[in-house]
Design a protein around this ligand. Structure first.
Ligand code: ADP
Ligand code: MG
Length: 295
């Protein structure tokens, strides 16, 4: 590959809304056979909204929302922002109480002290140490939401699960077409997410992805990419979040959503400026064409 032809390739990339870190990047896209896709913010818009609030028996919906909203207000996570905004919109009379202590538990949720209560919001796993993990009604609310492709998190305080909050975002209008284009280029798409398996499955079905690896903790995303590479695959990874950065760097080709975090963009070889997944297929097509021209 001559430098001049590769430069032409990168120029064309810019027209397509693809920022390429260096001309040598196009070379490494050629052998890619697997595309690993993060779910939230990559296949979906990542703009989450609060859809439903379910209080457990004897619990007050407004109180569930007030304490959860206050705690999540301290977190940048898209789920957290949706819950904090939902709390403000739905309980306008109540000021969100002050948070006395706060801790973010990567890939699981948040915990802290609000109004004198020890509050947690997040995956069921956060409740593991509690005496009464989850009542049947909350368990069933959780399962229903997840089977619909939504994300459900548990709210608890003082050793007891009190409610379930359902958040969801929409699949991007262009995602299904992008997946079909990637398949057309002979690539195998795999969805990789920290979200629960049922929600991930529902989204994957909607866009035409067969293989799903779900409930992966942020630090384990990079391990998953490594394992696929050890199987002899040449892996492209597409992601947007802080939790995708290590996996993006590990992949043979890292593609960041331009709408995502700076950390993800810095860790990647390519940036899809408009956050449109179809640009991933454009990038691979372009590199093949560029390299063919100069052979
Ligand atoms: P993804 O891989 O889809 O970007 P994350 O790794 O960021 O997801 O989060 C995985 C899961 O952990 C979420 O689906 C959610 O159940 C839970 N979680 C993470 N952060 C929070 C939070 N601030 N509040 C509630 N739940 C959270
Ligand atoms: Mg994401």
């Amino acid at each position: 590959a001559t430098p001049t032809a590769l430069m032409v390739g990168t120029g064309r990339g810019a027209q397509l809304g693809i920022l390429i870190k260096g001309p040598e990047v196009l070379e490494s896209t050629r052998r890619v056979d697997t595309v690993v896709l993060d779910k939230t913010g990559t296949v979906t818009t990542g703009r989450m909204t609060l859809q439903d609030v379910i209080a457990g028996e004897g619990e007050d919906t407004a109180e569930v929302l007030r304490l959860a909203g206050a705690l999540e207000d301290s977190s940048e996570h898209p789920i957290a922002q949706a819950i904090a905004k939902g709390a403000r919109d739905r309980v306008p009379a109540a000021e969100l109480p002050r948070v006395e202590e706060f801790a973010n538990i990567e890939g699981l949720g948040v915990q802290g002290v609000v109004d004198g209560h020890a509050v947690i919001v997040g995956r069921v796993r956060l409740l593991e140490d509690w005496a009464q993990p989850l009542s049947a009604d909350l368990e069933s609310a959780l399962r229903t939401a997840e089977s619909e492709g939504k994300t459900a998190v548990v709210v608890g305080w003082d050793g007891r699960a009190r409610g379930v909050l359902v958040v969801a975002d929409a699949v991007k209008a262009t995602s299904a077409e992008a997946i079909s284009q990637l398949r057309g280029l002979g690539l195998t798409p795999i969805m990789l997410t920290g979200d629960n398996a049922a929600a991930a499955r529902a989204v994957a079905d909607e866009v035409g992805i067969d293989e799903v690896i779900a409930e992966v903790l942020p630090q384990d995303k990079v391990e998953t990419v490594r394992r696929l590479q050890a199987e002899g695959r040449v892996v492209a990874m597409v992601g947007d979040g802080v939790n995708d950065a290590a996996a993006l760097a590990q992949a043979d080709l890292g593609l960041a959503m331009g709408t995502g975090t700076d950390v993800a963009i810095e860790a990647s070889d390519l940036t899809l400026v408009r956050g449109d997944l179809r640009a991933a297929a454009d990038a691979i097509r372009l590199s093949r064409k560029t390299l063919r021209t100069i052979k």
